[in-house]
Structure formats: C-alpha cells, structure tokens
Design a protein around this ligand. Structure first.
Ligand SMILES: [Zn+2]
Length: 279
C-alpha cells in the first residue's frame, strides 16, 4: 500500500456532487468505493487536505458516480415495503456491515483490519453509542466508511408509536451528522423488525432501508471459526454480511474479520460499500 492522494470524505462529497450531477439519470444504486476519491473539479479553497493510504490505481479507475447531492439537499427516497437484502453488484463485490456500535473495545480493532487491507465497510450505529464515542465516527469518516442509522437505543420498533420511532431515527441522524460530518443515507431496523412507519420515516429522513443477506449470528458467540465459515459459505456477488462491533463481547467478531477478510480478497472478492445515485 502506498501513500497517495486522498481527500477527506467531506471534500470528496464536494467533488462528487459535481460528478454526480454530470452523470445525469441512473439507477438507484451504483458501486462506489466509500473512501476512495474522485478528482475535484477545482481545488477547494481553505480546508487542509488530510491524506490516507490507498491504492493509487483506484484513483483513476473508479467511475465518477454515486456520491449524490450534498446533505442539505432534499432527497426523494421511495417508501419501500421490504428492506433491501443485497446490493446490485458487478462481479464479485460484497458488503461487510457492523451493527450496534461504536464500541471502543471492538470498533477500533475492526477499523484497523479494514485499514490494513484498504477496505471500506458499513457501520450501522446507535445514536446513544455515537454520543459517547463520536471520535470513532470521525475515524470512520476519515477512513471512508459508510455510516448508517440503527436507531438511538436499539428498541423493537414494532412496539413503538410512530412518534417514538421518529424520535429514535431523527436524533440518531443528528448525532451522526455531528460526529461523522454528513447525515446517514441508510437505515437498518434493530432485530430486522421493520414496519410501515419505519419505511415511511426512513424515506422522509432520506434513508434507504438495508437489511442483510447473510447473518453471521456472531452475537451468539459461536466461536471465531464458525463466524469465518458462515461468511465464507455465504459469500457471493452482492451479498451483504451482518456482524456486530458492539452489544456484548465481540472479540470473536473482531478475530473472525482478521481471518475472513484476507480470504475473501484472495478469492477475488471486492469488498466495497454501496452508494445511491439521485436524479
Ligand atoms: Zn442491532
């Protein structure tokens, strides 16, 4: 891995806005690369540019799509009836997602492994956890990971009033924006328990509902080996993997990533994050 040019996520968003606008109409999803940059149309004045390691080739090869409008722009999100279970993928692309964090005991270890292999992932965070450890979201932003909304306190949404669901979701959007630098574009219901209000409110708040394809059941602490096996047996194009970086002892989840990530890469999988495209 070489040190090369990389812009902060916010800087990339500025650059990507112009690129996405120029791209015109497109499908809902496109594969982006999370933290990998698009060249800015013009040098942005002022803000210093922080640099992170990345593959130099990625700079040239990634399509200039998918970064979407700035966070202040209204977004039109369809109200779905079911969550997305996988993502459209070209080739052997997969998504790794980590829920319930951030947790200073486990999240840094996961981030370290992702950084070692120059891979971007998704973190569905709980607002209450973010409020305690905003620095971990700043690191996710700096390292190009995508952060999604997993409610404030991880309740079973199907037992809450619409007003309570709105509060759980919107407070979390706000704390993510403060810590991460932009509002989340993805929502995941705790326990995978979705209802109509969750889909409607998520769309109102500019978020797409993303579930998962493969559940590692890592929260049952089945053993590192079992978690690794579940990921490898479930691997496939467009597959979204669910594991956890908080909510209990996640030592096995951290260790498992260290084993299955290099194995997936060796098998030819491209581990990435989805980006939405907007008209
Ligand atoms: Zn959860």
């Amino acid at each position: 891995m070489q040190k090369d040019q990389l812009f902060t996520r916010r800087r990339m968003l500025l650059a990507g806005t112009a690129a996405a606008g120029a791209a015109g109409t497109a499908g809902l999803f496109a594969w982006g690369t999370g933290g990998e940059p698009v060249p800015p149309a013009a040098p942005a004045a002022g803000a210093p540019v922080r640099r992170l390691p990345m593959k130099p080739s990625a700079y040239r090869l990634q399509p200039l799509t998918g970064y979407g409008p700035p966070s202040t722009a209204p977004r039109r999100i369809p109200v779905r009836r079911v969550p997305l279970l996988r993502v459209s993928a070209r080739g052997r692309t997969m998504v790794l997602t980590f829920d319930d964090g951030p947790d200073p005991r486990y999240t840094p270890g996961i981030l370290d492994t992702l950084a070692e292999y120059d891979v971007r992932a998704m973190f569905f965070v709980c607002g209450a956890m973010v409020a305690e450890h905003p620095e971990l979201l700043a690191r996710m932003a700096d390292e190009g990971h995508v952060v999604g909304n997993h409610t404030w306190s991880h309740p079973l949404l199907t037992r809450l009033s619409r007003r309570q669901i709105r509060s759980e979701m919107s407070r979390t959007c706000d704390v993510i924006e403060d810590a991460y630098g932009e509002r989340p574009r993805w929502f995941r219901a705790p326990y995978g328990a979705w209802n109509r209000a969750a889909f409607q409110l998520g769309a109102e708040l500019g978020m797409e509902p993303l579930a998962w394809t493969v559940d590692t059941l890592d929260w049952t602490t089945p053993g590192t080996h079992t978690i690794v096996n579940r990921v490898e047996q479930g691997a496939g194009p467009g597959v979204v993997i669910l594991s956890h970086d908080a909510g209990g002892d996640r030592t096995q989840s951290v260790r498992a990533l260290r084993r299955y990530l290099p194995q997936l890469l060796d098998s030819g999988y491209h581990i990435s994050v989805p980006h939405r495209q907007h008209l």
